[in-house]
Design a protein. Structure first.
Length: 506
């Protein structure tokens, strides 16, 4: 009899959970908000859709079917509304990140991206935001130039031998080496070898997949993380690898800095500009109570974790759309040629020069609208006291979010949203109210106080490389559509191309 009771206990607990969920769905003040039937009772529906890796498209379809507010899991609502974006993400918003972000950190630690403590996040951001500012980009530009030169060398080799290659992979090699150069003052070496070094990219992808999926059931993260960390193939194992990777780089950097200090005392000068960790170590030396060893670690880890995938995806989408819209490509080349003829486009192009090219800016902006790097709702928790969103009152503790892809494909804001048309941004310059709404719905780097810290670095990398590619090479994609996987980052996996040097280009 006791054996039967032990066997029945799990079934009884599951039954109780199901009954509780049914009761909650029937009594909730939000019970009439539409959405998939099973999403009312379990997170499994949402988990399964994310697991398939195409949720950015699923999310758009859900809003077309059900309207501006859609339930995707118990107490989780996807929103598509301009006013909601301002309420939830705008400057001064009191909506903290939801528990989904817990999966993006060690259970016993905190990081900048995943921090749900709004006060601590604000203090950390205030402390380090100058390292990512536009004014800092001038200092980082030589790091980018070095990597861009290596990238162009490989393209010339591919042009000479007629090889096909995955441009998306090479963009990630470029982005990884740039962020390594900017952060630690040295490249990781991806551009030298052209393949994954020590499984770093694979480990990062495992981290992203694990974090995305476990975040749907955040209560399981503390239980799964420790045992899975011992398994190299797991996402938790990948996180342990990345953490050690960053810590080793910082330790090596500190040893190198000590040697350089000794050399400086012997009147030997440094040839390289200050990198990110250099600046952090100086700040730690000046204010050790405010800039700690842990700050050094989490900021370095943040750069490595988020600094390669997002930029590689953005570079890929710009080039993908230019390859498939030859008229746009031609107009961009004409602008670059005109600026070059008037001495306003150097070789390599400077960041400042790229910012003065209106059509190039519109091309980048439109490409990131068409294919934003992130493709899941940016979940936030409604603060105590509740909030009204899109005419509905949401009680405190409700989880709401806007998916960048849903916002960017809103036909009321972006007519013919599925068409790559950079001109829409230039035309809107003469219509201030229209441009204001477009910018409110444009969120490839997030919005408000949680805007991506590395936004300007990513824009710097794109601004330096794309004009060189457009001016010097012709690319031919091997397929009309590409395959992507969405585990938070919507990553192309088969961006195969051929490349040729343009006539008259050395």
């Amino acid at each position: 009899m006791y054996t039967q009771l032990i066997l029945l206990l799990p079934l009884l607990l599951i039954t109780i959970q199901i009954l509780l969920r049914i009761t909650e769905s029937l009594t909730s003040p939000l019970k009439n908000i539409p959405g998939p039937f099973w999403a009312r009772f379990s997170n499994l529906w949402y988990f399964n859709r994310i697991r398939r890796g195409q949720f950015e498209h699923d999310n758009i379809k859900l809003h077309k079917k059900y309207g501006p507010i859609v339930r995707v899991a118990p107490n989780h609502y996807s929103i598509s509304d301009t006013a909601a974006i301002k309420t939830v993400y705008g400057t001064g918003s009191k909506f903290p990140k939801s528990a989904w972000y817990d999966g993006w950190k060690h259970p016993a630690q905190w990081t900048v991206f995943a921090d749900r403590d709004m006060k601590r996040h604000a203090n950390t951001r205030k402390r380090f935001t100058s390292l990512y500012s536009m004014s800092s980009l001038v200092n980082y530009e030589p790091f980018v130039d070095h990597c861009a030169e290596l990238f162009m060398t490989h393209l010339n080799e591919f042009s000479d031998n007629g090889a096909t290659f995955n441009l998306g992979h090479w963009f990630q090699c470029y982005a990884f080496d740039v962020i390594g150069n900017i952060t630690f003052g040295e490249r990781f070496g991806f551009l030298d070898r052209g393949h994954d070094i020590d499984g770093t990219i694979a480990a990062l992808q495992k981290v992203i997949m694990y974090s995305t999926l476990v975040g749907v059931f955040p209560e399981w993260h503390p239980r799964l993380f420790k045992p899975l960390s011992k398994l190299k193939w797991s996402g938790a194992g990948g996180r342990a690898y990345i953490s050690k990777f960053v810590q080793d780089k910082i330790s090596a950097h500190e040893q190198k800095a000590q040697t350089q200090t000794q050399d400086a005392e012997k009147n030997e000068t440094q040839s390289q500009p200050q990198d990110f960790v250099d600046k952090l170590m100086l700040a730690r030396q000046k204010e050790p109570e405010k800039v700690t060893d842990y700050h050094l670690f989490i900021m370095g880890q943040s750069n490595v974790t988020a600094g390669s995938d997002t930029t590689a995806i953005s570079l890929s989408t710009i080039m993908w759309h230019l390859m498939h819209y030859p008229d746009v490509l031609q107009k961009l080349r004409e602008e670059l040629d005109e600026f070059t003829a008037h001495g306003r486009c150097s070789s390599p192009i400077t960041f400042k020069e790229s910012q003065e090219m209106p059509y190039f800016q519109a091309v980048m902006k439109e490409a990131l609208r068409m294919h934003a790097a992130t493709g899941l709702p940016m979940w936030r928790t409604v603060p105590d006291g509740g909030a009204e969103i899109n005419g509905r009152f949401f009680p405190g503790g409700t989880v709401v979010g806007v998916n960048t892809w849903v916002a960017h494909y809103d036909e009321t804001v972006f007519p013919d949203a599925g068409v790559f048309r950079p001109e829409r941004w230039i035309e809107a310059e003469d219509q201030p109210e229209r441009l204001k709404v477009m910018n409110q719905m444009y969120m490839p780097f997030g919005l408000g106080s949680r805007t991506c810290l590395g936004k300007h670095i990513s824009i710097l990398e794109m601004s330096k490389l794309i004009p060189q590619l457009v001016q010097e090479f012709d690319f031919t994609p091997l397929r009309k559509t590409w395959r992507t996987e969405n585990f938070w980052f919507v990553k192309p996996v088969d961006f195969e191309v051929r490349v040729q040097r343009r006539a008259g280009v050395r």
